[in-house]
Design a protein around this ligand. Structure first.
Ligand code: SAH
Length: 231
């Protein structure tokens, strides 16, 4: 018997529906509607490496080259919600990576400054964000010798997309008087996601739960990747 099989034309992936499903999943944990709307508008498939677009709406981190990752969508949403952005803020991100988190922030704040220490990632994030029309984001290459971007300080909110053993004092110094900072704090392999609010001279931390991030490199974090060679 001869079976005749006809190749089906491969359908254009329905990223819109996949994105809606991811946002519905995130909505079980995150309730800020502005954050959910922003997550529903940013095409994550445009921020992952070519050939991995079909994985863009799995709720997990994905490799983006240079040993780095684009964060899990739920974590991006939780960190963004913790900053309580209302639209007028100036935000600093440390660790631009793919530029995805910066794109989400750009829809919720007035200005986003993001720094990245890997030159190739900084360049591609800048090109991608510009091509997609995120005009209120600026990407700077910064080597971790000086953390953050003091030239545009003070910031209303700082988000650190890489883990360190503490909230780095030089970043805290770039926070405005009612500033908040969200960052994974702990050891090289596991951390706690903490949000710090400035109250007078003190920083009050609140935990958002356990997490696992790539390391922050710099004088006030780790001098080199503590997992180098183990990846
Ligand atoms: N926010 C990113 C994910 C970033 S992963 C996204 O949405 O895709 C963390 C990034 O932090 C990595 O790209 C890493 O190179 C960068 N990084 C680590 N230490 C840094 C430092 N001191 N300054 C700037 N970037 C740093």
């Amino acid at each position: 018997m001869v079976t005749i099989s006809q190749a089906m034309p491969s359908p254009t992936p329905d990223y819109e529906s996949a994105r809606r499903r991811t946002v519905a999943l995130i909505a079980e944990t995150v309730s800020d509607q502005r954050v959910l709307d922003a997550m529903g508008r940013v095409p994550r498939e445009r921020f992952v490496p070519p050939g991995t677009e079909h994985l863009a709406y799995e709720d997990g981190p994905l490799p983006i080259g240079a040993g780095q990752t684009i964060s899990q969508p739920l974590i991006v949403a939780m960190m963004t919600e913790a900053l309580e952005l209302r639209g007028a803020e100036r935000v600093l991100e440390v660790g631009a990576g793919s530029g995805y988190q910066a794109a989400v922030l750009s829809l919720l704040a007035a200005r986003v400054v993001t720094v990245e220490r890997v030159p190739g990632l900084a360049r591609s994030a800048a090109t991608r964000l510009a091509a997609l029309g995120y005009a209120n984001v600026e990407v700077h290459e910064a080597d971790g010798g000086v953390l953050g971007w003091p030239a545009a300080a003070p910031y209303d909110a700082i988000i650190v997309a890489a883990a360190g053993p503490q909230a780095p004092p030089s970043l805290v110094a770039q926070l405005g008087p009612t500033g908040r900072l969200v960052m994974p704090v702990g050891g090289p392999t596991e951390q706690e996601l903490l949000v710090f609010w400035r109250e007078g001279g003190r920083l009050r931390p609140r935990s958002l739960g356990p997490c696992r991030f790539v390391p922050l490199i710099g004088d006030e974090a780790w001098m080199q990747d503590p997992l180098e060679g183990l990846r």
